[in-house]
Write a protein that binds this ligand. Structure first.
Ligand code: CU
Length: 472
């Protein structure tokens, strides 16, 4: 729940910043009471009741930070602190974040707003906050050691600047970055245009989220911060599928999706069923002459992309990173490929010694999604997500864009699965078929029972020893 204290509203219902008049001068001189959020749900957009009007964004599995107006200045209070983030029901991670969550709350302001952000450090080490992409005085840029002193544990620093240009931004520490970003410290920032803008269209739905990656061993709670490349959890806003909420829209809605990448690799983000235009980056809205239709846009490390499209095809459309390993959850990668290897004999022998022994991957890995495999207490299944036709065999950076004709205006609650019109679903061919390759005898194409008769062709699978391992 959003904790509401003092005069700040919560993220769902909101009053944004209630009348400053009801609060005394002394209170305004004091630190704004921090607002925290412990629920991992997608909270309703925070409709502004003070300051300039704007159309709020939807933070996927997140929320927007309320503010108070103080003599025309929008005041926010960020608290950097250890948090517990539910990445998917059944799997909690011990991360660092802001105001109770990783990522921290989205900050939404309007072009021209004067913004004052109090940052309190409740971490065990110093930190700072860098306002990625903003035009601001150099001393407000948040690079510890370069543009300011680090914020020591227990201290509060104040950042103040004008939100000079509209666009899609993010914030993150610029202090012990390797640790602090690997632990989940990041947040989204949207500066809405003041009035109309020639390059920024009005949209009906405006989704925002950050890409993250973590290395948490199955059964563990805390990310391994030294990992450079081999992460095992790939997240939208520190959630993995099926823990990521669907994006629910009405047929015909103009939709914007804004994505920022704070992982260690690029993510080609792919939408099914529609074409989109890249309408902006963290550098601002793109000139219209540079926009062309795409269905995948690569978001490189430290980049942000905003895409727009008209959701004019009804259905449940997959939306995901196109790197297949990024749509899977915690697993070991050091597993040899077993496709085509006939395990039956060896499996029988091992099973007599180890009753739970399981053969993995001889027909591909799809079985993993259905298999009743004992998992450690705190982890996410590797591939999962139950759909109307079975397991989706997905995890990580994956969600569904749900486009519905009957989604009522203003009501974007999660509809049930798409009801396909008769005759529009791929169906099974019922004529006569050649024998299936899974026939229960050795000697099929993928599992030859013996060598070719001439005895010359011998297929050998060589596995290279891994560098760094002993014996190499
Ligand atoms: Cu990816």
């Amino acid at each position: 729940m959003t904790s509401r204290r003092n005069f700040l509203g919560g993220a769902g219902a909101i009053t944004g910043a209630v009348a400053a008049a009801s609060v005394g001068k002394a209170a305004m001189a004091a630190l704004p009471e921090p607002v925290t959020q412990s629920k991992p749900d997608t909270m309703a957009p925070l409709v502004p009741t003070t300051g300039r009007p704007y159309n709020p964004v939807v933070t996927l599995n997140g929320w927007t930070l309320p503010w108070r107006m103080n003599n025309g200045v929008k005041e926010f209070h960020l608290v950097a602190e250890p948090v517990v983030r539910e990445m998917v029901p059944g799997f909690k991670a011990h991360l660092w974040g802001y105001n109770g969550q990783s990522p921290g709350p989205t900050i939404e302001v309007v072009e021209g707003d004067r913004v004052r952000i109090f940052v309190t450090n409740k971490l065990p080490e110093h930190t700072s906050v860098h306002w990625h992409g903003q035009r601001l005085p150099n001393g407000m840029d948040g690079v510890g050691g370069l543009t300011q002193k680090h914020i020591a544990p227990g201290k509060t620093f104040v950042y103040e600047f004008e939100a000079r240009r509209p666009g899609t931004f993010m914030y993150h520490p610029h202090a012990d970055e390797m640790t602090q970003m690997a632990m989940g410290m990041m947040g989204f920032w949207v500066t809405h245009p003041k009035g109309g803008h020639p390059l920024i269209d009005r949209v009906d739905r405006d989704f925002v989220f950050l890409l993250g990656s973590f290395d948490i061993e199955p059964g563990a709670y805390t990310p391994k911060i030294m990992t450079m490349l081999d992460f095992n959890l790939f997240t939208f806003n520190s959630r993995v599928f099926p823990g990521i909420d669907s994006m629910n829209v009405r047929k015909g809605d103009k939709v914007r999706i804004r994505v920022g990448n704070l992982t260690m690799t690029n993510h080609p983000i792919h939408l099914h069923g529609h074409e989109f235009l890249v309408t902006g980056t963290d550098g601002g809205p793109t000139p219209r002459s540079t926009r062309w239709p795409e269905v995948t846009t690569d978001v490189a490390v430290g980049q942000m992309r905003q895409v727009e499209f008209i959701a004019d095809e009804e259905g449940d459309w997959a939306f995901h990173c196109h790197k297949s390993h990024h749509t899977m959850n915690a697993m070991g990668h050091e597993v040899p490929t077993m496709i085509g290897v006939d395990h039956r004999k060896v499996a029988r022998e091992i099973t007599s010694l180890i009753p739970d022994y399981m053969v993995m991957g001889e027909r591909g890995m799809a079985d993993m999604a259905e298999m009743e495999m004992p998992l450690p207490d705190n982890t996410a299944p590797m591939m999962s997500g139950e759909g109307p036709f079975g397991s989706m065999e997905m995890g990580g950076m994956f969600t569904v864009l749900k486009v519905r004709r009957d989604q009522k205006p203003g009501d974007y609650k999660n509809p049930s699965w798409f009801q396909h019109p008769a005759g529009t679903v791929a169906y099974e061919f019922t004529g006569s078929l050649p024998p299936a390759p899974r026939a229960n005898t050795p000697g099929t194409g993928s599992m030859p029972a013996r060598m070719a008769p001439n005895n010359k062709e011998v297929e050998v699978q060589v596995r290279k020893p891994k560098s760094g391992h002993s014996g190499h």
